[in-house]
Ligand binder design. Structure first.
Ligand SMILES: [Fe+2]
Length: 550
């Protein structure tokens, strides 16, 4: 069966193509449209579809629109209720629902030849759940699944269990109670962009003390039926509101810390309830925007009852395109295959990359090993724009569209944040050779998608200061030679030169822009930022070769 998944309702519009139960392509619209997060999550934008990524998914697999068996849309307007009845103040929500109802016609217009009858609505949280429960590595027994986000049709949470590829929902928390909306509200109060900058709040939290935890324990609490309650919170009583981009003080870090810790506690409570209700499932799979909170994930993995915790790398709404498609493929009789990696987006052949370099008239070489060449530049404390293979699905750069640097220089954080033009409190993360992980870090292993924080062992903190956060943690990506041979070779070469099995890895983009997707965008970034080497597939472009000063 051929099923195209579509996420379009709130933010991070995306498309995914599932053929015979296997994800063959998935991409976020922002990588094509170059609009960060694709669109703002307002009702007026709900009609906009991920047209470019959907068309690319089909073209990349050589599938015509009329050969699709179904299109899965990750929101079911039939479940919706009046926003006021849900306790939401969203006076235009009816418009969102109206657009969703018409999605089959909008899709038929966007994908000429599509029969609108083939469009199926998948409940938002079922799509999130499938992106976790059906895409996770096989567990050997039942997989518990926990979805937490801002909102879907009428809920903000789903706890359930996958058994033989079928979801049994156990509890769903109804709106207006929402841990995702709670975090979004805080994000707004701290002067950041909600539905976008929540990860900045998480980073800020590590600088604060949870002074308001007692109060928040009263206001935000799990209930004994598997759900939770969030009371109305007067943020200003705990820290004054910050204007957009305004100055942050200790009180703001303390507030962020308090909410972060309370979120962790409630997520733990929910996961324990689910463990009991699922009859002791050994694996927990998670999705929904809250599951991008890698501090909470790490705590859940460490203190929760599960042997394994797996998080969908596209845990935010983009992942519902993949989940909706997997869910409908299952309904049509296909057995889903776990996803092998997040490199599901666009890629270019060596010939195409070389043609782009020639067109740009850039002086390039083809070293015997691009990994060794990049390792040499990194060992000299240079910055490398690393562009290899297919682009990542989800918000993390995982060694395909990455900016790399030396972890041993304390000044690397400032230089990288300068290249990217972003706040200095933002940590940068390490990638590490899988076989060396245990020597340097404590925490969840394997961690190929950077969705958990780890503890840096004390004896290593001074050796890799650039990636050791103020609280002694690091958000680690483990690199496995079987799945990422070129990155593994780079790490091995870097270690041979420096004794460090770790390289700094951050996303290949500049502030406010989506990650680089095409070779041309990679060259544009290289041309405009102090990057020493562009490693474009097997080709190398050195800053020095351009004749510029470093
Ligand atoms: Fe969602």
């Amino acid at each position: 069966m051929r099923v195209l998944g579509i996420n379009a309702i709130f933010h991070d519009p995306a498309a995914a193509l599932v053929v015979d139960g296997r994800v063959v392509a998935a991409a976020e619209e922002e990588r094509f449209s170059r609009r960060k997060h694709g669109k703002r999550p307002v009702p007026f934008s709900a009609w906009e579809l991920p047209e470019l990524s959907a068309a690319w998914c089909l073209a990349s697999a050589g599938i015509d629109v009329d050969a699709l068996d179904a299109v899965a849309y990750s929101f079911d307007p039939g479940l919706c209720r009046d926003a006021a009845d849900l306790g939401l103040s969203d006076p235009w929500d009816w418009l969102r629902v109206d657009y969703a109802r018409r999605a089959p016609q909008f899709l038929a217009a966007a994908l000429p030849g599509l029969d609108p009858e083939k469009v199926r609505f998948v409940p938002h949280h079922v799509a999130h759940a499938a992106s976790a429960g059906l895409a996770a590595p096989p567990a050997g027994d039942d997989t518990a699944v926990l979805v937490l986000d801002g909102r879907g049709e009428v809920a903000s949470h789903l706890a359930g269990v996958y058994r033989d590829g079928r979801l049994s929902p156990l509890y769903s928390q109804q709106l207006p109670h929402s841990l995702g909306l709670l975090y979004e509200d805080l994000t707004r109060h701290l002067g950041f962009l909600h539905s976008s900058d929540e990860y900045k709040v998480m980073a800020l939290a590590s600088y604060g003390q949870p002074r308001h935890l007692g109060q928040l324990r009263d206001l935000v609490r799990a209930t004994d039926d598997g759900g939770f309650q969030v009371e109305r919170i007067d943020w200003s009583s705990m820290a004054k509101a910050v204007a957009a981009g305004g100055e942050l003080a200790e009180e703001h870090a303390d507030l962020a810390s308090s909410v972060q810790v309370r979120l962790e506690e409630v997520v733990l409570d929910l996961s324990r309830w689910l463990y009991d209700a699922s009859g002791g499932a050994t694996t927990l799979a998670m999705a929904g925007g809250v599951a991008l909170n890698c501090v909470a994930n790490a705590r859940l993995a460490a203190e929760g009852p599960y042997r394994d915790v797996w998080v969908q790398p596209a845990a935010g709404d983009s992942g519902t395109a993949l989940g909706a498609a997997l869910h409908v493929a299952g309904e049509l009789g296909d057995r889903s295959a776990p996803m092998a990696g997040a490199d599901l987006g666009r890629g270019w052949s060596e010939e195409e990359l070389e043609a782009e370099l020639r067109r740009a008239a850039l002086p390039y070489t083809r070293p015997a090993s691009i990994a060794a060449e990049a390792a040499r530049v990194l060992a000299d404390n240079g910055i490398v724009a690393w562009y290899q293979g297919r682009s990542e699905y989800g918000p993390r750069a995982l060694g395909h569209r990455s900016l790399l640097a030396h972890p041993g220089d304390p000044d690397t954080t400032r230089r990288m944040n300068d290249v990217k033009g972003r706040e200095q409190f933002r940590p940068i993360a390490p990638m590490v050779r899988a076989e060396r992980f245990a020597e340097l870090f404590d925490g969840v292993y394997p961690s190929p998608y950077m969705l958990f924080v780890h503890r840096v062992k004390p004896e290593w903190r001074d050796r890799i200061p650039a990636v050791t956060h103020v609280d002694g943690t690091a958000r680690v990506q483990t690199v496995h030679a079987e799945t990422e041979p070129v990155v593994a070779e780079l790490l091995a070469e870097f270690e041979r030169r420096t004794g460090l099995p770790v390289v700094v890895n951050t996303s290949l983009n500049t502030a406010g822009r989506p990650m680089v997707d095409t070779p041309r965008e990679a060259m544009e970034l290289f041309g405009s930022a102090p990057v020493d080497l562009l490693a474009l597939g097997p080709f190398a472009v050195h800053r020095g070769a351009l004749g510029g000063a470093r």
